[in-house]
Design a protein around this ligand. Sequence first.
Ligand code: A2P
Length: 259
Amino acid sequence: MHLSAANHRIPLSDGNSIPIIGLGTFSEPQWTPKGICATSVKAAIDIGYRHIDGAYIYQNEHEVGEAIQEKIAEGKVRREDIFYCGKLWATNHEPEMVRPTLERTLKTLQLDYVDLYIIEIPMALKVECHPYFTQPKLLKFCQQHEIVIVAYSPLGTSRNETWVNVSSPPLLKDELLNSLGKKYNKTAAQVVLRFNIQRGVVVIPKSFNPERIKENFQIFDFSLTEEEMKDIEALNKNIRFVEMLMWSDHPEYPFHDEY
Ligand code: A2P
């Protein structure tokens, strides 16, 4: 499949489609200046991102909504050009809570629909995916069943020690990824993102830094050889950065399962 900056939607089995790169918007609320989320979403839309990944629990969903509204009002995009993924937080799983929780998200966003609404945990936690955690079995299973994987933390997380397992070395410092970056005049981050989109995995790197938002989108003008894809796959360590160990005794803790 040919992916380009202007056209990088991939099909979903229900007939819809999803842009293969999205902007992640989770940022620790207490350390994030007000307004930076909105500025970043607007910058991303200007650069060409059409998929925004957010959640009410991130406490900045209103800024995402403001940014989308502003870009629609400017005529830069139409609502139907944007793919927004929202999330149902773990305290609102009761069936009767789902609709009002979604309606709260819609009100916060000032939108009348979201494109995807997922349960944030435990299932959503299963998609961490990057060269140190390549998820070959899950990928094969999903491909067989026409399920598209969305990889969160595709760059290896923000390495916040309060909730991230930092026993694995930083992904973006990896020697192979950096040497491939040199070969293509790209950064290790761009190689990592290209690796996933080239195998059909959607990526949602978070960045609120204008240069990095741009950098993360410049992945459509090069491709990795089959051998390089294999070499990157071989970096797999089967170690999660996002283990959520504080919830490991929860009956639905997802990471005891094989996938
Ligand atoms: P920043 O917003 O300062 O760019 P996540 O795992 O939630 O997707 O987070 C990705 C982390 O990696 C964020 O801390 C983000 O910080 C950082 N980041 C995003 N893009 C890049 C990049 N191209 N190179 C290095 N770090 C990046």
